[in-house]
Design a binder for this molecule. Structure first.
Ligand SMILES: *Cc1c(COP(=O)(O)O)cnc(C)c1O
Length: 417
């Protein structure tokens, strides 16, 4: 029950959700002046090609051949029907998942790290500075930079740097320099906001260096639409007309946008975001302009936010501990086009273990939120006796997060609050 596309059917254009919103997005604002930020304000940090993608109204954006050459190392990714999970749930629903865990870094993040490294190199940039929490984004950027022969420096939140060495080792193996953040205070455990500040300061201070962000921004979500575009073709191979619901985990919105946007024009398809109850930006946040980081160095974006100083508890799904959301996802939730739901981590790990014992796959803690959402959609279909078609994104594997499973398996995983 696996649906593969041949390697020449990798999408050659990205789907631009900006061209299909009911109303145009409110513009980003300059953090100093509160005036709309233009291309010149972003130019010290990003290449012009990405700044254009951030604002373009073109419905499709071509994927450069040099990017396709690298994406082809693991794309197209498989679409799998989870028949053993369906049988265990005794549901009439059909559950499909898109397996993004097979990328070199083990998640969907290289889908955008590769084009970001490419556009930087094309504009003469030889070095990229970025931040990482638990290391998923940093390792994806280290891999992508290596493919184009450019340098990368990753500022990793100090607490993770010290407690979670494996993704640092991945980064170093791909040739990246990884340092603990904050750089100027070895006694601080650090935070994502501080690490962003370190990386932005590095990039701002050197002409050969740009900054790169792994989620939230429009161009990042654009690059991730290869996921949904492939899934659409693969569902057709499986004989499905359309999914009834498309869902995924929501941290900054990139893997959810990637799988969901190519379905957004079809009103019969429900779109659903799944987030942790401990960091509930879409389900309990306020819609307003907010900073992307804690230090207030990034432009202000219109989003659902818990406040840029919100300190989420240290749950295992580190990639979902973000105070805000992508402006496009926020607009879809605000207009009612997208739904959102939240779960505590005990319910999430219960679902992850069911997935492991039926389908064999051990999901990343972030991905396990999508698994929980898919299981509950399938159980709701069982209640009503409907043949619901469920599509979710399997955003990454959990092989470097086994200590979280150890805690759950031994009854030591607690829900906060
Ligand atoms: C980073 C990450 C996420 C969350 O980030 P989004 O930008 O919301 O996609 C989800 N799953 C995995 C495996 C991740 O690494």
């Amino acid at each position: 029950m696996r649906y593969d596309l041949p390697s020449d059917q990798i999408p050659t254009a990205w789907y631009n959700a900006l061209a299909h919103l009911d109303e145009p997005l409110q513009p980003p604002l300059h953090p100093g002046t509160n005036e709309p930020a233009g291309p010149d304000d972003l130019a010290p940090l990003f290449p012009m090609a990405l700044i254009e993608q951030e604002m373009t109204a073109a419905p499709w954006v071509d994927v450069p051949g040099e990017v396709l050459d690298i994406l082809r190392l693991w794309r197209p990714t498989p679409l799998i029907r989870a028949t053993r999970l369906e049988a265990e749930l005794e549901t009439p629903a059909r559950i499909y998942y898109k397996d993004e865990s097979i990328s070199p870094a083990g998640s969907h993040k290289p889908n955008t790290a590769v084009p970001q490294a490419f556009y930087n190199k094309s504009e003469g940039i030889t070095r990229i500075a970025t931040e990482t929490g638990a290391g998923q984004w940093g390792s994806s950027m280290a891999f992508a930079a290596a493919q184009y022969g450019i340098e990368s420096k990753v500022y990793m939140v100090r607490a993770s740097f010290e407690q979670k060495p494996y993704r640092r080792i991945l980064m170093e193996t791909w040739g990246s320099e990884c340092v603990p953040s904050p750089v100027d205070d070895p006694s601080s455990p650090g935070s994502l906001g501080m690490a962003i500040s370190d990386a932005v300061r590095d990039a701002g201070g050197r002409a050969d260096t740009h900054y790169a962000l792994g989620s939230v921004l429009n161009h990042v979500l654009l690059h991730q639409t290869v996921i949904g575009l492939e899934a659409k073709e693969q569902l057709a191979l499986a004989g499905e007309t359309r999914p009834d619901v498309v869902l995924s985990s929501h941290g900054g919105g990139s893997n959810l946008g990637g799988i969901a946007f190519p379905f957004m024009e079809d009103d019969k398809v429900r779109l659903l975001a799944v987030e942790p109850t401990s960091c509930p930006s879409l389900t309990a946040g306020e819609f307003k302009y907010d900073f992307g980081d804690e230090a207030g160095l990034t432009p202000l974006l219109p989003m659902y936010t818990l406040g840029s100083h919100f300190m989420p508890p240290s749950i295992h799904a580190g990639g979902l501990r973000y105070h805000g959301s992508s402006p496009i996802i926020a607009a879809l939730v605000k207009s009612g086009r997208m739904e959102a739901t939240a779960y505590p981590q005990s319910k999430v790990f219960e679902a992850a273990v069911l997935m492991a014992r039926t389908e064999g796959k051990i999901p990343a803690p972030e991905t396990a939120h999508a698994v929980r959402g898919a299981i509950d959609e399938a159980l709701a279909a069982k209640e009503t006796g409907e043949e619901r078609v469920i599509l979710f994104n399997y955003s990454g594997h959990g092989f470097l997060d086994l200590s979280a499973y150890d805690a759950y398996n031994h009854g030591q995983l607690v829900d906060e609050g």
